[in-house]
Design a protein around this ligand. Structure first.
Ligand SMILES: Nc1ncnc2c1ncn2[C@@H]1O[C@H](COP(=O)(O)OP(=O)(O)OP(=O)(O)O)[C@@H](O)[C@H]1O
Ligand SMILES: [Mg+2]
Length: 139
C-alpha cells in the first residue's frame, strides 16, 4: 500500500517554507530509501514547495510513496503560468527584488525539477492554478 503525505502550503510564508519537503525527506530516510533517490526527491519537492510559497496564492504538496516509485504532486490555486516554455528555461524568473534578496529567483527551480525527476509534467494556465506531477523511481 502506498503511503500518502499531504501538506497545505501557504503563500509568502518563509518561516514554514521548506517544512513539507523536509518532512517528506525525513520519512523516506526512515523508510531506508537510497541516498541517490532521497537526494532527487529532496530537490524536486523543495523546489515545488518553494514555487508555491513564492509564486502562487497557496496550494498543496503531496508525496505518494510506493515500493517502486515516489510521486510528488504540487498543486496551487493560481495565478497560473502564461508561458510554460519560457518558465521552463534556465535563468528565467519573475521573482521580485525582495525575493531575490532572500536567495531565490535564479530561475533554476523548474529546470531542476525536470532534471532530477524521472518523469515530469506541468499543467498551468493564466487565471487558474498550476499542477506539477513528478515521479522519482525508487530503485
Ligand atoms: N506555481 C507557480 N505559479 C505561478 N508561476 C510560477 C509557478 N512556478 C513557477 N512559476 C513561474 O515560472 C518562473 C520560473 O520558475 P523557477 O522555479 O524555474 O524559477 P524561480 O522560482 O523564479 O527561481 P528559483 O526556483 O531558482 O529560486 C517563476 O519565476 C514564475 O514566473
Ligand atoms: Mg522556483
Amino acid at each position: 500500500m502506498p503511503l500518502t503525505m499531504e501538506f497545505d502550503i501557504k503563500a509568502g510564508d518563509f518561516v514554514l517554507a521548506g517544512e513539507a519537503s523536509s518532512k517528506i525527506k525525513d520519512t523516506l530516510k526512515k523508510l531506508g530509501v537510497k541516498p541517490e533517490v532521497l537526494k532527487k526527491v529532496a530537490i524536486v519537492s523543495y523546489e515545488a514547495e518553494m514555487n508555491i510559497v513564492i509564486h502562487s496564492v497557496g496550494g498543496v504538496l503531496k508525496a505518494i510513496i510506493s515500493k517502486d516509485k515516489i510521486e510528488i504532486i504540487a498543486e496551487d490555486r493560481g495565478p497560473g503560468i502564461e508561458n510554460i516554455e519560457l518558465a521552463m528555461m534556465e535563468g528565467y524568473s519573475t521573482a521580485p527584488e525582495e525575493i531575490r534578496n532572500l536567495g531565490f529567483g535564479a530561475g533554476m527551480g523548474l529546470p531542476n525539477m525536470k532534471k532530477y525527476s524521472d518523469y515530469f509534467e506541468i499543467e498551468s494556465q493564466k487565471g487558474s492554478g498550476t499542477r506539477v506531477y513528478m515521479v522519482v523511481f525508487n530503485k
